[in-house]
Design a protein around this ligand. Structure first.
Ligand SMILES: Cc1cc2nc3c(=O)[nH]c(=O)nc-3n(C[C@H](O)[C@H](O)[C@H](O)COP(=O)(O)O)c2cc1C
Ligand SMILES: Nc1ncnc2c1ncn2[C@@H]1O[C@H](COP(=O)(O)OP(=O)(O)O)[C@@H](O)[C@H]1O
Length: 331
């Protein structure tokens, strides 16, 4: 039931292994990349219905992102890879997630077959909830109206949730959030998400120069095609069970090598071997662009200033929502 302990959350990645306890439930269908405020309006509607109908509520989602399957040369940058998406869905109090592998073959399934074979025969849904712009099935023929009609014909409920707008009356969308990240507009991206954007990555070896500068940095790779603006950021990093303040640089180090883009985090008041560890980085604010310095001393002076700015941005920081608090909580 909604509100159950997270231990009841099922992640189903094979339709043949669909959990019996989710059968007959309310399904929220979508890609849900980012699980942003608009997505959470859809999930909220599904949770309300689940309470009213006294049945389980789960999300149905697709992996990889459908647009990546159609255009593999330009994969969609994922605000939330599958694991992060599941974690947030769990924090939203859902009972589970059903992931359907998205292939070209699956994309060719007719909308009416998807309804009959999956929603009715396999899942026996009591209600489907989607966003206003969700389309499914071959040639995207499964429009919101089609789904409503199918529900009337087959006896399941359908709710189509209208667009969720931000404070400036603009529709919240994953692509707007990606754009905000590429503009370095971190408060905007975080505001649209309703939590501070984060990513997980393993610490790699670098050029071992940072320690000589007095700024050792844990080097991380961001996903292919990450649109995040190059520059210097104030961040919170989850290291094991600790949340540590830091300052980070994302870019190509024009002072030294113009190499491939790396996200490098210097953690304040911290000294530990981090190689191979998984860190979670929450972005708090953008401080400045990357620059080419004439001397190492000039770079260090600037890094000192960046650190001061990051420390003061982090000192006044408050969680932006209950979800944000939950996601930054350390156990
Ligand atoms: C706060 C901060 C600011 C930085 N700013 C710049 C910069 O403006 N230009 C630049 O070339 N490198 C910048 N860097 C990257 C450093 O050049 C890099 O961390 C250093 O070369 C160490 O690399 P390593 O981790 O591979 O040893 C910055 C790093 C930090 C932590
Ligand atoms: N305060 C700190 N912040 C980040 N990394 C630290 C810190 N203290 C120690 N380290 C360790 O130092 C490494 C970074 O040192 P650095 O000289 O920049 O080497 P590399 O070029 O391999 O990143 C990190 O990967 C981590 O293991």
């Amino acid at each position: 039931m909604p509100g159950n302990s997270p231990a009841d959350f099922s992640v189903v990645t094979d339709l043949n292994a669909f959990s019996a306890h989710l059968k007959g439930g309310v399904v929220a269908i979508g890609n849900f990349d980012g699980v942003h405020r608009g997505h959470r309006a859809v999930l909220g509607e599904a949770l309300e219905l689940g309470k009213r109908l006294k049945c389980p509520v789960y999300a149905m989602t697709f992996e990889p992102h459908p647009r990546t399957v159609f255009n593999s040369d330009h994969p969609v940058f994922r605000l939330t890879p599958f694991d992060a998406k599941c974690e947030i869905l769990k924090d939203c109090d859902l009972n589970g997630v059903l992931m359907l592998p998205f292939t070209r073959e699956f994309a060719g399934v007719e909308a009416q077959d998807f309804v009959r074979d999956i929603l009715i025969e396999r899942l026996a849904i009591s209600h489907a909830v989607t966003g206003y712009d969700f389309h499914f099935g071959k040639a995207r023929k499964g429009t919101p109206d089609f789904l409503r009609q199918a529900g009337d014909n087959h006896g399941f409920g359908v709710s189509i949730v209208s667009p969720e707008n931000d404070e400036g009356a603009e529709i919240i969308s994953s692509s707007r959030i990606r754009q905000a990240l590429s503009d370095g507009e971190i408060p905007l991206a975080n505001g649209l998400l309703g939590y501070r954007w984060f990513f997980d990555a393993h610490v790699q070896h670098g050029d071992k120069r940072g320690r000589d500068l007095g700024y050792p940095t844990a080097n991380l790779s961001l996903g292919v095609g990450c649109p995040l603006k190059h520059g210097i950021y104030a961040v919170k990093a989850r290291v094991d069970d600790e949340l540590v303040d830091g300052v980070a640089s994302f870019g190509r180090r024009p002072t030294f090598d113009n190499g491939s883009p790396l996200f490098e985090v210097h953690l304040f008041d911290f000294k530990q071997d981090l190689y191979g560890k998984m860190l979670r980085i929450h972005l708090v604010s953008y401080l400045r662009g990357e620059e080419k310095f004439a001397t190492v001393e000039a770079l260090i002076e600037q890094m000192d200033q960046d650190s001061e700015e990051a420390r003061s941005a982090l000192a006044s920081m408050q969680p932006i929502s209950a979800l944000d608090l939950q996601l930054t909580q350390v156990t």
